[in-house]
Design a protein around this ligand. Sequence first.
Ligand code: SF4
Length: 57
Amino acid sequence: MGTEFANKHIGCTVKNCEYHCCNDNYCSLDRIEVGTHEGNPTQSQCTDCLSFKEKCC
Ligand code: SF4
């Protein structure tokens, strides 16, 4: 299920996420939670969108 709503304050290219705006590279949520899987993050790859939800069929 995709969504038509684009929150222009949150750009995102993760098309596999349930909350990705299907028409553009934006998130559809009002807010997201960002975290890290590293003990001492040093680059952008160390951070994660914790609001991610796998897109279902
Ligand atoms: S929840 Fe996170 S990964 Fe999913 S569309 Fe929004 S910003 Fe992207």
